[in-house]
Ligand binder design. Structure first.
Ligand SMILES: Nc1ncnc2c1ncn2[C@@H]1O[C@H](COP(=O)(O)OP(=O)(O)OP(=O)(O)O)[C@@H](O)[C@H]1O
Ligand SMILES: [Mg+2]
Length: 273
């Protein structure tokens, strides 16, 4: 573990993702006032930060759904508009088509990107991905017949089916119960190790970040900048309770996070009941 370090000067041609001096305003409000961070090829980076600091917005910029006011976002060394085929998303809710069974949901992304004929040719690969996420026997099941965790696995398989080099995950497990969440974390770690993809994973959850990340990029409140970048080089699979260095890091992050998430930052859109 190398501990807190500054990330700003690290951008390199080999990075999968690079934000450099990114500024963005929504209406009159500054969201990013010079945001710098990088994700190396094959790296697993967790983007951690308080609600509303712009984590999802960063993913939208990487996916070319939104452009910065100034500064640059590079994806695989290119402008996001030239690199969209490198990128796939997994969201908090699985967003499956209810009228398609699991296999056809996995094939949907490939169908939209490459056309029906190509997606059909890729059917064996789609089946293999379903097997990889533990759903080999569920290919013919519709979303209504699957549990929340199983649906999210289908969404992960669907993202991988377009063979992206970069997978963007926006709080993909936060709607699941703690056990399912733990299982899927272990699964995504295994898949990442097996496929060598670059993963940028957004989370609120410090333990999740410490379990999964090669590096944690901690964002501040608005106007958002990188507060700290923390390299976590503990062996995998990690058991936080057994590793005193991880426990110290958790304490450090908890302290920082508590200072960020003051009650005045509560997102009015989040249900509080
Ligand atoms: N299209 C938009 N127009 C205006 N404001 C926006 C738009 N998109 C996002 N915002 C605002 O930008 C801020 C960052 O939003 P974003 O969804 O990126 O936050 P987040 O860090 O993902 O939060 P959470 O953890 O709650 O998901 C929020 O204050 C949000 O209201
Ligand atoms: Mg978000």
């Amino acid at each position: 573990m190398t501990g807190p370090a500054s990330d700003a000067p690290r951008a390199a041609a080999g990075d999968a993702i690079a934000f450099e001096g990114v500024r963005l305003k929504f209406g009159g409000e500054t969201l990013y006032d010079g945001l710098d961070f990088t994700v190396g090829r094959g790296e697993f980076v967790c983007l951690l930060g308080p609600s509303g600091c712009g984590k999802s917005t960063s993913l939208r910029m990487i996916g070319d759904l939104l452009a910065p006011d100034s500064g640059t976002v590079r994806v695989d060394g290119r402008a996001p508009r030239d690199a969209w085929s490198e990128v796939a998303f997994v969201f908090q809710s699985p967003r499956l088509a209810p009228w398609r069974d699991a296999l056809r949901n996995v094939m949907l992304g490939a169908e939209l990107r490459f056309g029906r004929a190509e997606a059909r040719r890729r059917e064996p690969a789609a089946r293999a991905l379903l097997a990889m996420v533990g759903l080999a026997d569920a290919a013919g099941k519709y979303p209504s017949m699957l549990s929340g965790g199983e649906r999210q696995r289908v969404a992960i398989a669907r993202a991988l089916a377009v063979e992206p080099s970069i997978v963007l995950m926006d709080e993909p497990f936060s709607a699941l119960d703690p056990n399912t969440r733990r299982r899927l974390r272990a699964e995504i770690e295994r898949i990442w190790q097996h496929t060598g993809r670059t993963v940028l994973f957004v989370t609120h959850d410090i333990d999740e970040a410490l379990t999964l990340a090669d590096r944690i990029v901690l964002l501040s409140n608005k106007p958002t900048r990188v507060l700290e970048t923390i390299a976590v080089d503990a062996a995998r699979p990690r058991r936080l309770a057994d590793d005193p260095r991880l426990a110290r890091l958790r304490e450090h992050l908890n302290r920082l996070f508590a200072s960020l998430e003051a009650p005045s930052d509560t997102d009015p859109e989040e249900p509080t009941a």
